[in-house]
Write a protein that binds this ligand. Structure first.
Ligand SMILES: [Zn+2]
Length: 285
């Protein structure tokens, strides 16, 4: 069942768990994610980046997203990850996404507020939820590159102003995670999560969560994180499974046989994440 991002995250907030937001790029990844969520009776967010939309085509992404939302008896949100382009965001709303992220975090606070407000006004008028970002999350996400020196943690006081001024439904915060593969073990600022959670009352989002130890993820959920984004762990699982299969079966040319172990492996990694996030059996419809 297709639901808005707001509905899914408010349920998570009230019931003290986090929803996994997994990045989708093709049919096998979508099947792996929704198969895992359905088996564990968990709500799930399917999110597509602008790069994924460019790769697969918005018609394919929305058709597949809506198809699985109808097919499975669990709450599913279809979300745009890191929307930086006004027209791209509008296109997603028009094609039926139930949630969008406007990422204007590279701009100064005032401009971030203005750009985010504009999206909120339009999205809310047609029942689509909005996530925005404050502070700068390090690493590389598609075309967005933030160096370690540029990365800045979210300021709790600014977060309060930002949420009040923009009217967004959820806030992505920078608290020590980064996009892509980590070099060392990421150190999360749990006190900052707690402080932000205390002064703002909308659900908080953790980006760059692949490679973060399970204990840290659990602790982040306890302190108030309601949405956890996972992309890199799925990519790595896919690449390893395909590579292993081809090395073991160099003569095989059937894409179905090559991709089946990857799909199975991605489903297993998604199931593990869902268990850590605490959303097992939280599907309310
Ligand atoms: Zn992100």
């Amino acid at each position: 069942m297709l639901v808005s991002g707001k509905e899914i995250l408010l349920h998570a907030d009230q019931n003290k768990y986090a929803v996994g937001a997994f990045n989708i790029n093709n049919m096998e990844i979508i099947q792996a994610i929704v198969g895992a969520a359905d088996e564990l009776r968990s709500p799930v967010i399917l999110q597509a980046s602008q790069g994924a939309i460019k790769y697969a085509g918005i018609e394919y992404i929305t058709a597949l997203g809506k198809l699985v939302a109808d097919k499975y008896d669990i709450p599913v949100a279809l979300h745009l990850d890191h929307g930086t382009d006004f027209e791209e965001i509008m296109k997603c709303i028009r094609y039926g996404f139930s949630s969008v992220m406007i990422d204007a975090s590279k701009y100064p606070l005032e401009e971030n507020i203005e750009r985010t407000k504009e999206i909120v006004k339009i999205a809310h008028s047609v029942g689509v939820s909005v996530e925005a970002e404050l502070g700068k999350i390090g690493g590389t996400e598609d075309q967005i590159v933030v160096s370690e020196a540029e990365a800045t943690f979210t300021d709790p006081k600014e977060a309060k102003i930002f949420v009040e001024e923009t009217g967004i439904d959820s806030l992505a915060i920078a608290v020590g995670t980064a996009h892509g593969v980590y070099k060392g073990e990421p150190k999360l600022d749990f006190d900052r999560i707690e402080e932000i959670n205390k002064i703002i009352d909308i659900p908080l989002v953790l980006h760059g969560s692949s490679g973060v130890p399970n204990d840290s993820l659990r602790k982040a959920v306890e302190r108030g994180i309601c949405k956890i984004n996972i992309d890199t762990d799925i990519r790595a699982t896919f690449a390893t499974a395909v590579g292993d299969f081809i090395r073991a079966n160099p003569e095989e040319i059937d894409p179905r046989k090559i991709l089946t172990p990857a799909r199975d492996a991605m489903k297993e990694i998604v199931k593990k994440k869902i268990e850590v996030f605490g959303s097992v059996n939280q599907a309310w419809k």
